[in-house]
Design a protein around this ligand. Structure first.
Ligand SMILES: Cc1ncc(COP(=O)(O)O)c(C=O)c1O
Length: 407
């Protein structure tokens, strides 16, 4: 159907024909590389990390990809953050400053260690933590700052590092969505003290589950390795445990799949980057639709999500969620309303109340911009960015069609 016709036809949600009937690209993507490496693991008889070479080879290659000297693989990104905070010395009663516009694991990792997440508001342009809000939140109990590179866009690491340095506080980057991303020429993950990545099923590089911690600090790297291997020391006896740790080891299956996925990542990054630029251009003149700004100091974007700000007044006052429902009916299935801010999360509220008492909930009203962003922003999910021009055009056509019907 030609674009003009599509825009003028009846909305699919009202019984009209949808703009798109074919699916968006499927995920995950694999080929004979994953198959070969998985068979190698199967036949080797070494299925766990210890004694195998897949996890350790992947850890070294991925760390190098991020410009870091060391990497320790773990079963998922949540465990990476928890272990990383523990390695930085975060414990009961400590405070960890972070953003509420993120996945729950960013904050639950601190709570699981008995530490208090302290939420500071985001930058309205980038939706990432606003460094200017960090210093006023620092107390004598602050141990770490956790900036999150949401959607693959690096946080303002100059600003974060400046506050951290001034106050002697450590920085753990939640880079769970930011493989390959770069702030001012430096790949994320080892800009701060530690960086954590996720390889969960929906991520741009995946083994179904998986995670890694990267760092340039040899002491921290050893501590992370020991913590992920039940407190063992390298070269020590099997039952020699010098500190309390977890069994947070990755399997060789995951290592094998990730080695193949890492080979494909640069090509996918190029496709995603081209798709994001194409969308930037084709969404630019639609009133009420504004792709979330990218800071000019971002030299490479990880392109996990393509976040868009929605202004209901340009769509007859219809809510963002009504738009998403109408888009899905038009066959644009790759959309998400995104996060509920963690300041409104029942789980976070309960945990704060249980651990720190009701007065610890007072901070939850301090992030009005994150609340606004959570209300107004929607995401095109990562498969959208693997779509060809026809797939991307169908997104734009569907938005125009809905706008024409509602205005
Ligand atoms: C920003 C962020 N932090 C942490 C995580 C946790 O990673 P995982 O799902 O691998 O535990 C995720 C992934 O879902 C994430 O997107």
């Amino acid at each position: 159907m030609r674009r003009e016709q599509a825009v003028l036809s009846r909305l699919a949600i009202e019984g009209g024909d949808p703009v798109r009937t074919s699916p968006f690209p499927s995920w995950p993507v694999f080929d004979e590389r994953e198959e070969r490496l998985l068979l190698e693991v199967l036949r080797s008889g070494t299925w766990g990390e210890l004694g195998g070479d897949k996890v350790t080879t992947f850890a070294a290659r991925f760390a190098a990809y991020q410009g870091a000297r060391f990497g320790v693989c773990v079963p998922n990104g949540t465990m990476a953050i928890q272990l990383g905070l523990k390695a930085l010395g975060v414990g009961p009663g400590d405070e960890v400053i972070t953003t509420p516009y993120t996945f729950i694991a960013t904050a639950s990792a601190a709570l699981m260690l008995g530490a208090k997440p302290v939420f500071v508001d985001v930058d309205p342009e980038t939706c990432n933590i606003a460094p200017a809000n960090i210093a006023p939140a620092i107390t004598t109990r602050t141990k770490a700052i956790v900036p999150v590179h949401i959607g693959g866009q690096p946080s303002d690491m100059d600003g974060v590092l400046a506050v951290a340095k001034e106050h002697g506080v450590r920085v753990l980057e939640d880079a769970c969505q930011a493989w390959g991303a770069e702030w001012n020429g430096h790949r994320v993950g080892a800009i701060g003290d530690l960086g954590c990545f996720s390889f969960q099923a929906g991520k741009n590089i995946t083994a179904g589950e998986g995670g890694i911690i990267v760092t340039n600090d040899p002491e921290l790297a050893e501590r992370c390795w020991s913590l992920h291997n039940v407190g063992r020391v390298r070269g020590g006896a099997w039952y020699q445990h010098e500190i309390l740790g977890w069994n947070f080891r990755m399997t060789e299956w995951q290592g094998a799949v990730l080695l193949a996925q890492l080979e494909r990542l640069p090509e996918h990054e190029r496709v995603r980057d081209a798709a994001a630029r194409y969308l930037d251009g084709s969404l630019a003149d639609i009133a009420g639709i504004k792709p979330v700004s990218v800071d000019p100091r971002v030299t490479r974007h990880g392109h996990h999500l393509y976040p868009v700000r929605y202004d209901a007044t340009a769509f007859g006052g219809r809510s963002r969620d009504e738009l998403l429902e109408a888009l899905r009916a038009e066959g644009i299935t790759c959309v998400s309303a995104g996060y509920v801010p963690l300041t409104s999360s029942p789980a976070i509220r309960r945990a704060l109340d249980d651990l720190f008492g009701p007065e610890s909930l007072n901070q939850l009203g301090n992030c009005p911009i994150a609340e606004e962003v959570s209300r107004d922003v929607f995401w095109l999910t990562q498969v959208a960015l693997l779509g060809d021009d026809e797939a991307l055009d169908s997104i734009v056509t569907a938005i125009r069609k809905i706008q024409a019907a509602w205005s």
